[in-house]
Design a protein around this ligand. Sequence first.
Ligand code: ZN
Length: 592
Amino acid sequence: MHQYRSARTSRRLYFQADNNKGGFMHVSYKPQLSATSYRDLTDQIQFQSQEGKIWFGEQRMLLMHLSAMAAFRREVVNSMGIERAKGFFMRLGYQSGIKDAELARKLRPDASDMEIFLAGPQLHSVKGMVKVVPIEIDLDQETGEFSGRLEWVDSFEVEICQTELGPMDEPACWSLLGYACAFTSAFMGREIIFREISCRGCGDEKCIIEGRPAEEWDDAEIFAEYFKEDPIMEEVYNLQSQLSSLRSSLHKQQGQYYGIGQSPSYNKVCKMIDKAAQGKVSVLLLGETGVGKEVIARSVHLRSERSESPFVPVNCAAIPPDLIEAELFGVEKGAYTGANQSREGRFERANGGTIFLDEVVELTARAQATLLRVLQEGELERVGDNRTRKVDVRVIAATNESLEQAVEEGRFRADLFYRLNVFPVRIPPLRERLEDLPLLVEHFLEKFHSEYDKRTLGLSDKALELCLNYHWPGNIRELENVIERGVILTDNNGTISQESLFAAMPAAMESGQVDHVDLSGNVTTGSADTNLEHWSDVILEDGISLEQVEVILMKKALDQAGQNVSKAARILGLTRPALAYRLKKSGLLPDS
Ligand code: ZN
């Protein structure tokens, strides 16, 4: 057993020889590691200045500025945080400690174990890192026993704290500690852990370290973590993948923006959408104009397995009939005058994803035939091409007129209708879910506040009441326009009045309600001219045809009249035969 006791515990340094050497050796106390004992170490340093090299034995060394190391350490702490930086510098010291343990054995082949061990602290001093003063060391290589207590004087890491980083909350001599652990563990052939029990870097009077075998420390396993490489990249990649999954779920949530509402009729739609999204079937969205069919279609797409692939919306009514085939299915160069180059159609662009065909009833007969083939065979040919292309596209179609009726009138293929009608979802008009209106108002206020960079106090109670009694023929799209107008016309921090919402104040369109709505006397059933102007604007804006207007009015009148044609005729100011003729013409009444 080798023991070293400094003045604090004993006046003597005892060298108890191990069994091989036998006997006791008494060595008088030396106040510090003697100058001569460094000679074998300093002799190893060799400056090969002209070659640009410094050697320590066979190891190439660097002479670098402490201030550069200090700046580097500050940067590492700032970019990785204290805990990571600590591990980083402890491992830096650890690497040197292992090398030096090997060197110590080589340089002192005939020395005692204690002398070989002391080469570690000495090497630390020789390299200018710290002056090491052993206080008490017991070691026995045979049994593996080790305990040590040493003082570090003028640690370079304390100096870094004083000049660059400022006082730390805990011991700061990280790389020195890593070195002590590595050197001693390599020397003893077992894991020895040192801890800095006080440190000047965190305001203590002295830097004192204590070392014992790992098993004797309660938290050895946690401490050992510092010596494990800790690739920050893995964590960065992890965070990146978390971020992208958060983004995608946010994306999906945004796709549910129509998912604002608590009304039973709306909840029913949500449940249908969720079911539809899971599968691959075509979805047919039914509902009036402005109810948010495209948003629903996007929600279906974003909640399906195809969400990473494109979503391509197409309004079939907005494309001229003679171009629709080329637009949807692509075209080969020279297929017709003006086809100057080949290009892919919307279906090819949507490959792997979803295409949304709004107003699908507008498709030409030829386009309907091609669409049917895409649905049945998953393949198409570009216009003017004879090459067959495979496409994998989910079709969501929408219509605000009855497809059944279009089939009856021969405007729409029955086989295509059955293909599209696998999963029909009816989206209720806004007037059937008015309890959702306040939430939708909130949503659009938020949207336009940020779009116009202003903040209003929201709708006045009167304005909200007006909204709740209004018929909303243009549905959510009309509400959106109305709120946008209100935000534009209202000053910052002002309340949105009913006048700023509606240019001309609407009477509730359904006759039964008008009398119950008191619109501050401005609007009565008598102001028919302004009403007419308002709804005719809406009709024109939404591109509803005269025929459609007629059909809608007749249907409505029939509904109100309980399907009694005479009563309906009276409501419309027509004779019974005149209405009957029109009903037959538009297919609402079968020929009799
Ligand atoms: Zn310290």
